[in-house]
Design a protein around this ligand. Structure first.
Ligand SMILES: [Zn+2]
Length: 668
């Protein structure tokens, strides 16, 4: 599972925003750029990996090989997402790299479109799943392609095809929003098929009806094709689909093995085996080896992992991440986990629901060096794997929090946002100073001591979700958030050395104020209707509106026709959080569906659409981005006289176009 900052998608939906980089590392320049450019509603942001330079050479070389393996599979995801993506990208990139004779206005439009295309790995938006198109005349696009051809562009022409023929053939892909309009369509409407309505390339000519009675042997790692009435699984493996790319990936993974720790080497070798055979048993062996490697300072995720692209939720989209553990940030998480029982013994709920022998979830705070495929340029902020439920139960899972992505989110987001929704200047300043730190800390508590806490009644047989049904997941997210909010003011955090004593009060204020504001600001994401669907958004709406109704902690105020949620009493806020947490735990422990439903219906689901319209107008006026895409660090090896790698340097391109063209093997 992965957690997105932009879509408030999974577990720690609110981007935990870290504070300044650790003092132990070389201090980066204070004025280095994070926000590089805006393209429509997207922000382009540089991510930095400050700790890389101080890693031992062995780990740098290891990362270098894994980095190459990550880049080698990039085009697999483009192809999985849309069958025409790679051809479209080739046309666009050839025009951009041979642009001298292209009309400036047309070139500007092609550049805008191509940047969005790169950010979204194809012509469909990541957040909305909908197709976006070129906004110039097709004739102007043809003239641009002809000018580029005159300047030496080499287009992906079919035998005997002219540039004119190519532009005509590809025209529906670039220009028609009704051709392949949605990449993943889980609710196409009555009578329509989810596979046929989705434009992705995971199925060809297949509908759900065809799958009745068909046993897939490779549910995760194959494309399913129907031809002449027969279903075929095209397996992703070395002599199968994407075989050439997979062979290159395997080569780089193999080269990494000698530099890896023993458990990591075992996992890499298992991954190579899985890429070779494509067999489920080998994938399971890999998952187990990967999850058993708990201590390596460097790690990678490389393969067909998450299933969000498939409307059936079965086929894995290819992605790769390479990262190292951020020791300083991980230390704080481990301190919380080590003292999980202390927190459990003080949970503000009925003592019979406190768990003896609780262990905190250990997550690593990591810095990514590169992310490709489904995880880049648009990236998650948290990941928990493997997804295979049986392996999770028997062998556990690994969680990572992407620290330097959070840093980049925080440093690139405009402060105007906070100022617009803060009642006073002091509140906005407190947020600017502390919300990053406070947000990261409460997210860690949410994950490490929140989800794992509490006991439920025996008769539920360990499965409260069955009783609480559609409200379970939002209830559980509310519970974990409440644990973080409840313990934030606790002296224990000072004693553990996680929070500086002299700043704790400001940190608590910044978090509580920001949490209250968020219930208002989050409404901008639901531009239609008057109902919240997403579970994390429901849980946060519930908490704030419950506090409004049951405590004096938050006031609704108005000024110049604008609404504000103003946190006025941190003590009352915390007391209220404790009371609500006790009730939420009781509901979970007893599987009280009626109470869960009543609570969400009263506070967590519906909202006033007029208030939303006001929020949307305020946000639009500030021109805030809806999502961010990241420019990754660039690695370069330094070779000795005998061609062995003597060092690996890291640099930051600060230029999306340059990086994307480099990845494609092109130059401007
Ligand atoms: Zn959660």
């Amino acid at each position: 599972m992965m957690t997105l900052a932009v879509a408030a998608a999974a577990c720690s939906a609110k981007a935990p925003e870290p504070a300044a980089p650790p003092a132990a590392q070389a201090q980066p320049a204070a004025d280095r750029p994070y926000l590089l450019e805006r393209v429509d509603d997207a922000a382009v942001v540089q991510v930095y990996a400050d700790g890389f330079a101080t890693l031992p050479i062995r780990e740098k070389v290891l990362i270098w090989h894994l980095y190459q393996a990550a880049l080698a599979g990039r085009d697999i995801y483009y192809d999985q997402r849309y069958a025409h993506s790679l051809e479209m990208r080739e046309v666009l990139e050839e025009i951009l790299t041979h642009a001298a004779g292209v009309e400036p206005a047309v070139l500007a439009e092609i550049q805008r479109y191509t940047k969005l295309f790169w950010l979204n790995s194809g012509p469909h938006n990541n957040l909305t799943a909908r197709k976006f198109v070129l906004k110039c005349a097709p004739e102007a696009f043809l003239r641009a392609a002809q000018a580029a051809a005159g300047a030496g562009a080499r287009f992906p022409l079919k035998p005997g095809e002219t540039v004119e023929g190519l532009v005509e053939r590809t025209r529906p892909w670039f220009f028609d929003p009704n051709v392949d309009p949605i990449v993943t369509n889980k609710s196409p409407g009555p009578g329509k098929d989810i596979l046929a309505s989705s434009a992705n390339n995971l199925y060809v000519g297949v509908t759900m009806k065809d799958l009745a009675g068909f046993a897939e042997r490779y549910p995760l790692n194959s494309r399913l094709v129907k031809q002449g009435g027969r279903l075929t699984e095209e397996v992703y493996r070395v002599h199968g689909r994407y075989g050439d790319k997979i062979a290159t990936i395997m080569g780089h993974l193999g080269a990494a093995v000698p530099y890896a720790t023993e458990p990591m080497a075992k996992a890499l070798q298992a991954l190579v085996t899985f890429y070779r055979t494509g067999e489920t048993a080998d994938r399971e062996a890999y998952d187990i080896a990967w999850v058993q490697d708990q201590a390596s300072p460097v790690d990678t995720i490389n393969g067909f992992i998450e299933t969000y692209l498939d409307p059936r939720g079965m086929k894995g989209a290819w992605e790769a991440l390479v990262f190292y553990v951020n020791r300083e940030k991980t230390e704080g998480i481990r301190k919380l986990a080590a003292d999980a029982q202390w927190f459990e013994d003080r949970m503000p709920w009925d003592p019979k629901y406190r768990k003896p022998g609780v262990t905190g979830v250990v997550a690593n705070a990591i810095d990514v060096v590169v992310e490709t495929g489904e995880s880049g340029p648009v990236t998650p902020i948290g990941i928990n794997l493997p997804n295979d439920q049986r392996i999770r139960e028997q062998h556990g899972s690994k969680s990572v929090l992407l620290s330097n992505i959070n840093e980049a989110y925080d440093k690139s987001s405009p402060t105007a946002f906070r100022e617009e929704f803060s009642w006073t200047k002091e509140e906005a300043e407190r947020g600017n100073r502390w919300s990053a730190f406070a947000g990261e800390l409460t997210t860690n508590m949410h994950e490490v001591i929140g989800h794992g806490s509490g006991r439920i009644e025996e008769r539920l047989k360990g499965n409260p979700a069955t009783a609480i049904k559609e409200h379970y997941s939002a209830l559980e997210e509310a519970r974990a958030d409440l644990v973080g909010l409840y313990f934030l003011p606790d002296q224990k955090l000072v004693d553990l050395g996680i929070v500086p004593k002299e700043s704790q009060q400001d940190i608590v204020l910044a978090e509580y104020e920001g949490y209250a504001r968020n219930a208002l600001v989050q409404l901008r994401r639901i531009r239609e209707g008057a109902q919240i669907e997403q579970d994390h958004m429901r849980s946060r709406q519930l908490i704030v509106r419950w506090l409004m109704a049951n405590t004096k902690a938050i006031e609704v105020r108005e000024r110049d026709g604008k609404t504000f949620y103003v946190m006025i009493d941190a003590g009352a806020f915390r007391d209220g959080v404790g009371r609500l947490l006790a009730e939420v735990q009781r509901i979970k422990a007893q599987g009280d569906y009626q109470a869960a439903r009543a609570m969400f219906e009263a506070f967590g689901i519906s909202f006033d659409p007029k208030l939303r319209d006001e929020v949307v107008a305020r946000v639009d006026k500030l021109n805030l981005p809806s999502y961010s895409g990241f420019v990754m660090p660039k690695l370069s090896p330094i070779l000795g006289a005998d061609k062995t790698i003597t060092d690996v340097t890291i640099s930051y391109p600060q230029d999306l176009t340059a990086q994307m063209l480099e990845y494609s093997g092109k130059r401007r």
